[in-house]
Design a protein. Structure first.
Length: 202
């Protein structure tokens, strides 16, 4: 069981959630997207959301600003979260066009708000769960696409809900978070997506 929980902890890692949301979007969207264009976007987003943060982590670790990959200490989360905010702003400015992909633009704008909220929490010495922020954001995004496209994505939604459950259990088992921190992560990750989707529908 511990192996399964650890697997979900890695599978639902916060760095993987933005690209997961993008992959799901390209898979379900009724819009025509040329394959070459889609792969170019996925490549650019993978570099910015996965490779660049990992490189920054190793840089911060080498100068003793972070001590472990879990960012267990609240103060160690501040610089990585600031970097995430900057990267997401760059994505919104250079990669995701709000006219071509308004749904993805909203998704990443929600990620931006969640990262900013997590940063503010760290300033108040509250360690919100980044895993829960990531997976709950994707869950709400997929639910929003289901309503927007009037399509049944219940299997995807159910899989993400199961993912949330196992990921939360893995974080509790590892003693990385309390239940309050996990619930806060779900709210911080999901609420911006809900509010932005409602605004978009209006």
């Amino acid at each position: 069981m511990k192996i399964l929980l650890r697997f979900f902890s890695y599978l639902m890692h916060p760095l993987l959630m933005p690209i997961l949301g993008v992959v799901i979007y390209f898979y379900v969207t009724p819009k025509f997207v040329p394959e070459s264009f889609m792969y170019a976007k996925l490549f650019a987003l993978s570099i910015l959301t996965i490779v660049v943060p990992v490189l920054f982590y190793f840089l911060l670790e080498s100068i003793n600003l972070v001590s472990d990959k879990e960012l267990g200490l609240v103060k160690e989360r501040r610089i990585p979260l600031m970097i995430q905010v900057a990267i997401t702003l760059m994505i919104l400015k250079l990669i995701i066009n709000g006219y071509e992909f308004p749904e993805l633009y909203i998704f990443f704008f929600g990620i931006l708000l969640s990262a900013a909220a997590a940063f503010l929490c760290s300033l108040f010495r509250f360690k919100v769960s980044l895993h829960m922020i990531g997976v709950s954001g994707v869950l709400v995004f997929v639910a929003g696409l289901s309503m927007l496209y009037q399509s049944n994505y219940l299997i995807l939604i159910a899989a993400l809900i199961v993912g949330i459950g196992f990921t939360a259990a893995s974080r509790l088992q590892a003693k990385a978070h309390t239940i309050i921190e996990l619930l806060a992560g779900i709210i911080v990750g999901g609420l911006p997506q809900i509010l932005l989707f409602v605004f978009y529908k209006m």
